[in-house]
Design a protein around this ligand. Structure first.
Ligand code: ADP
Ligand code: MG
Length: 686
């Protein structure tokens, strides 16, 4: 055969500059593409051998990667099927080129959205080379070895060469902008990234050892990859340790995972893989997107967004499927039918596995619940299908560290925590320390209190209320213990209206200024053993504020509102009774004379208003108008006089501030200067 020249069949005048600039950040994928081709060619040969179509010497079917730092070349050498001159013309000049061309056309604007840029194939080598040579000899008997050369213009040459071995050698003459690709360390890293689990051994130089303070090559080939990675093997042949070791290989510095799932499907799509449940506390973002996606053991990407539901991106491990279309954009992926099936399948398998562990090894499951909970709640909140399944194995943990399924908990609660309207009330705390007093008080009433302190628990509370019938979740500090679960009978409040009015003034006058907090004094007839004064926050308002803190939209409206609290005064407590009695003793006369003065002024106002009622504005005598105004003013004066007297009393009676501060303290609201004042006052009171 004479040396021949030819024109590559592309429309673009010069496709190479485009290829080079395009996918700029992903230049390194050329190596994966070339090695994938070498693997394909080798697998084809193996197939030919197995069906008896190739009878020659098979030899070692390794793939070699070599670099020459001086000549700036990188070679990929295989002993696969090779190509004849005609095949080069067909597969390289025409098909590969036109498919590269087509690829560029199709994805000019969408390049980065494409997973792993599969489909660029052989021509991606021009992203990093000024010249590419193919030296190849077909497996067919009497095949003529040929060399194809192309320097980056659409022109190529093809000629006969000498080549002993069957197979293909691709030689890249790396251009100056991409020198890193003839660097040993760099190539070794890339090979580890893309080729670590390829099914054919990849050899890169020799293994090294340290001799006389120097690193020297040994005789042994440096094999980069593990040709039968764990996920490609039968689960029956594997032990727990194997899975743990594989996890360590994938994520060298991670904590041991909780459980694993070995996936293995061959109909209606092909999928293998191993997924691990990692320990997840509140570090969600860090844990996301660690699943590695492979296509026939070729690494593609570690972002599985769009392929599995959001909550599953929290899992770790490997998914390998040739049925995930990899040369399409992410947005397209979600609507792909295969991808949908794969996604549903994985979700189902994950649920199966959790249910299995829950059923067969409840103790183990409970011991890992705290690390598993966030994942399961996330799934329940975002995927209906998973939610349906998880209703059976989601656990509730109470403040005594006991775990219950939803059904178990309902049965436990039914008799004691049903309110007068037939609603089951689930009491919960979000912080055992901060809400200690409230939790204890609820427990003393015989109630059970759940601990909901997780990342998604606030949403989860809403979720449970929607999904379960007739239940309501109430935080322990949203009402006094007696009122947490509304039952029929209540104790009677013995305070008179005047006494309540006095107490309101007294407590209001001593309330410290707290940023954005607003207190309303209310009364309850609690038992003598309950606290004298408590601070509660209405469940609804608190939830709305908490939600708004989590972010966004309509919710930010609630965020702007001040925090409204109830300062609940226990009318039956001896301290309160004592304050009431003291007020009576010390100020009784003064207050009653002010009250009767106000009463008579008010009745005069009524008379004047009544006289005014049927008259037109101009018919009302000036003196009456003046008197009305004057009387109203006098009422105000008397009222503030009363306030003043009570305020003076309250400020001298240190127990009022002390009671308020104690209530604030149990809610973690006493800070800074106010806390300091409290400490000093406490010392004085001792
Ligand atoms: P694809 O691998 O998707 O077919 P490529 O552009 O990577 O596309 O390769 C085009 C074709 O060139 C391959 O289908 C194959 O026929 C041929 N080819 C490439 N590399 C080799 C090789 N190392 N040995 C044999 N044939 C090869
Ligand atoms: Mg290819």
């Amino acid at each position: 055969m004479q040396k021949q020249k030819g024109q590559i069949g592309v429309s673009t005048e010069n496709i190479f500059p485009i290829i080079k600039k395009y996918l700029y950040s992903d230049h390194e994928i050329f190596l994966r593409e070339l090695i994938s081709n070498a693997v394909d060619a080798t697998q084809k040969l193996k197939t030919l051998v197995s069906v008896g179509d190739f009878k020659g010497e098979m030899g070692d079917l390794n793939i070699q990667v070599k670099i020459n730092e001086k000549k700036k070349t990188l070679s990929v050498i295989d002993r696969g099927v090779g190509m004849s001159a005609e095949e080069i013309d067909k597969f390289i000049n025409q098909i590969a080129f036109s498919s590269a061309n087509e690829f560029l056309e199709k994805y000019k604007n969408d390049a980065n959205a494409i997973i792993g840029h599969f489909g660029m194939g052989f021509y991606s080598s021009f992203m990093v080379s000024k010249k590419v040579e193919i030296i190849t000899k077909s497996y067919k008997e009497e095949a003529t070895p040929v060399k194809w050369t192309c320097d980056g213009s659409p022109e190529f040459t093809i000629e006969e060469v000498k080549k002993e071995d069957r197979g293909t050698e691709i030689i890249l003459h790396i251009d100056d902008d991409n020198k890193q690709f003839v660097d040993k360390k760099e190539i070794e890293n890339l090979l580890k990234k893309y080729c670590r689990y390829l099914p054919i051994p990849i050899i890169f130089g020799k293994e090294t050892e340290w001799k006389d303070g120097k690193e020297v090559d040994t005789e042994k080939d440096n094999i980069i990859n593990e040709t039968s990675p764990l996920w490609s093997r039968k689960p029956a042949d594997l032990k727990d340790e194997d899975y743990k070791k594989f996890y360590q290989d994938l994520y060298p510095i991670s904590e041991e995972p909780l459980f694993h799932i070995h996936l293995n499907v061959d109909y209606p799509f092909n999928l293998t893989g191993i997924l691990y449940f990692p320990k997840i506390k509140n570090n969600i973002e860090v844990q996301k997107n660690k699943i590695q996606l492979y296509c026939n053991q070729v690494y593609v990407t570690d972002s599985v967004e769009g392929i599995v539901p959001e909550f599953l991106t929290l899992l770790h491990g490997v998914i390998d499927s040739p049925d995930i279309p990899l040369n399409v954009s992410r947005s397209y992926l979600q609507s792909d039918n295969n991808v949908k099936k794969i996604s549903n399948h994985i979700t189902k398998k994950v649920a199966d596995r959790l249910e299995e562990i829950f059923k067969n090894d409840r103790k183990n499951y409970e011991s890992k619940w705290d690390d598993l909970k966030l994942f399961i709640e996330y799934g329940m909140l975002t995927e209906d299908k998973f939610n349906e399944r998880a209703m059976k194995f989601v656990l509730l943990k109470n403040t005594d560290n006991k775990y219950f399924t939803l059904d178990e908990y309902r049965d436990l609660m039914k008799s004691n925590q049903t309110d007068k309207d037939g609603n089951l009330i689930y009491l919960y705390g979000t912080n055992k320390e901060e809400q200690y007093g409230f939790i204890e008080a609820a427990k003393n009433k015989g109630y059970d209190v759940l601990l909901l302190d997780g990342h998604f628990d606030m949403h989860f509370v809403n979720h449970l209320e929607q999904k379960l019938e007739k239940i309501r979740c109430v935080r322990v500090d949203s009402a006094v213990p007696e009122k947490l679960i509304a039952k029929e009978e209540f104790q009677e409040l013995k305070l008179t209206a005047d006494q309540r009015e006095n107490l309101i003034s007294i407590f209001n006058s001593q309330m410290p200024e707290l940023n954005k907090a607003h207190f309303i004094v209310t009364f309850e007839a609690l038992s003598e053993n309950d606290f004298p004064v408590m601070i509660t926050q209405h469940e609804f308002m608190r939830r709305m504020k908490d939600m708004s803190a989590l972010g966004g939209g309509m919710m930010s409206f609630y965020g702007e509102l001040p925090d409204n609290y109830n300062l609940v005064v226990n009318g039956n407590h001896q301290h309160i009774v004592r304050i009431v009695e003291e007020v009576e003793k010390e100020l009784g006369d003064k207050l009653s004379s002010i009250r009767s003065r106000i009463a008579s002024l008010e009745s005069r106002v009524k008379e004047l208003e009544a006289a005014k009622k049927d008259k037109k504005e101009e018919e009302i005598p000036y003196s009456e108008k003046e008197e009305l105004e004057d009387t109203n003013k006098k009422i105000e004066e008397q009222k503030s006089k009363k306030e003043e007297i009570l305020k003076k009393f309250a400020s001298e009676e240190k127990h009022v501030s002390q009671l308020i501060d104690l209530a604030l303290l149990s809610n973690n609201m006493l800070k800074g200067e106010a806390l300091n004042r409290f400490v000093k006052r406490s010392i004085e009171l001792i």
